[in-house]
Design a protein around this ligand. Structure first.
Ligand code: ZN
Length: 463
């Protein structure tokens, strides 16, 4: 499908609109006008009269329009290893899966990326992050494979070039055959930035720098990766404070907890976001708030691995930018962000703040504007406002699943995942009537199944 010109307009009318702007503006019945790849106007009632170059009018009756969802943490390759180690905590789960992951190759990562992205996009995700950190020798161009998949699906993509350089023989958790040398990891990360990173306002592709975690990466790699990212003007991402075992590991190896350790190597700042942050003291939260360090909250994965409940209400009070993350689908087989909207609210209500933990609107904000904030893209996407990029979703809330819920935002967040009637990324339609329009879902499903079987066979023969 050719991109439309700047002047061509799409008009969406008669829908409820949750803009997720700073004031939380909502319209019970409103309109959105898209011109080219930008939002031109949003407001109550019908679109202004006399608009020229209107190429499409959408009757949004029975729908809620929101900004597109933003997924801030994922590991696409895990799409091929779902449903394994079902009753393990993080470290046991990793030790069980590392030998399988060490056998991945380019075709597998491409199929896994199409599966991961396809599932998210058809569920309303318009900006996706991936954190890829397993680069077996001779496996091919793994980062290139997922970038190809994202381009085909038409999603705004923020792949982070991950790395592991601390194997078992160095006191790290991963087996030695799954890690790179420090220099290899840094050189490949720099090459990825030089090849792919686009800093522009309407960028469809931004690279991040993402050594895997304190327990799989050397201090030297963390320090130099931070310097590289700042020299290049790109963002930093890693896992932090996910489990009590990680906290114990950091205290034993570095003599301090994960947040103090990451701060000691230059890893707190408004250009950094970390996944999980479950085990955070008040002082840790204050440090994140003071420095503007962001959090990718992954409630389903944290529950699946028994990691604990991240203190999201306290993070928001401390001024920490918080987005939502699916995390890898080996620890969250659902693979769609709607599950995280719902679980962010439900799981945080099991924590200290109980029923006052998060509102449905705060959950929607985490999944949209909050995600844009942790990616440093809040000026460009994350809310429906004139001048911003046309990344938006039209959710059907008058069908069997939702028609009796009077509040459309509650229908979206507390109800089942509503059908996506329309999703646009950069003004381009990527989902229509619940189906991907940029790719064949059956082909994606078959490709993922075939590559998952091939990986299981190769890993079985090796192991
Ligand atoms: Zn993760």
């Amino acid at each position: 499908m050719a991109d439309r010109t700047e002047r061509e307009r799409v008009v969406i009318e008669n829908c409820a609109v949750a803009t997720v702007d700073a004031d939380g503006t909502e319209h019970a019945s409103g309109h959105i006008v898209v011109a080219g790849n930008r939002i031109e106007s949003v407001g109550a009632g019908p679109a202004p009269d006399g608009l020229r170059d209107v190429v499409r009018r959408v009757d949004g009756t029975g729908h809620l329009a929101t900004p597109g969802l933003i997924n801030t943490h994922h590991h696409f390759y895990q799409w091929l290893t779902r449903g394994l180690a079902q009753n393990a905590n993080l470290f046991d789960w990793l030790v069980a899966l590392y030998p399988v992951w060490a056998r991945i190759d380019e075709d597998m990562v491409y199929a896994a990326a199409r599966g991961s992205l396809g599932m998210m996009v058809r569920g309303g995700v318009t900006t996706a992050v991936d954190h890829h950190y397993v680069f077996p020798r001779g496996a091919g161009d793994l980062l290139g494979a997922e970038i190809r998949a994202a381009r085909e699906l038409g999603v705004r993509f923020n792949p982070t070039r991950g790395s592991m350089d601390s194997g078992e023989s160095d006191g790290g958790l991963p087996p030695d055959f799954a890690v790179e040398t420090t220099d290899e990891a840094l050189a490949a990360t720099e090459a990825a930035i030089d090849t792919y990173h686009d800093p522009g306002f309407d960028s469809m592709l931004r690279i991040g720098v993402a050594p895997c975690s304190p327990f799989s990466v050397t201090t030297e790699l963390l320090r130099q990766a931070g310097e590289l990212a700042r020299r290049k003007g790109v963002r930093l991402h890693t896992h932090g404070s996910e489990t009590v075992e990680e906290e114990k590991f950091c205290h034993e190896k570095f003599g301090m907890g994960p947040t103090d350790y990451l701060e000691s190597v230059g890893w707190l700042g408004d250009d950094v976001w970390m996944a999980h942050c479950v085990h955070m003291s008040d002082a840790d939260l204050t440090a994140f708030g003071r420095t503007g360090t962001g959090v990718a909250h992954c409630p389903s994965s944290n529950a699946r691995l028994g990691a604990g409940i991240a203190r999201v209400p306290d993070m928001l009070t401390a001024g920490v930018p918080v987005g939502l993350g699916v995390d890898g689908t080996a620890s969250n087989e659902s693979g769609e962000l709607h599950t995280e909207l719902r679980n962010a609210l439900l799981i945080n209500r099991l924590g200290a703040h109980k029923e006052k933990a998060l509102t449905a609107r705060q959950a929607l904000r985490l999944g949209t504007y909050g995600g844009a904030q942790v990616l440093g893209r809040q000026a460009e996407t994350g809310s429906l406002e004139p001048g911003k990029l046309a990344d938006l979703v039209l959710w059907r809330v008058d069908g069997i699943g939702h028609s009796s819920i009077a509040d459309p935002v509650a229908a979206l967040v507390l109800g089942s995942a509503p059908p996506v009637t329309l999703s646009m990324v950069n003004g381009r339609t990527v989902v229509e009537d619940g189906r991907l329009v940029t790719a064949d879902e059956e082909l994606i499903a078959r490709g993922a199944r075939d590559e998952a079987r091939r990986l299981a066979r190769i890993a079985g023969e090796a192991g």
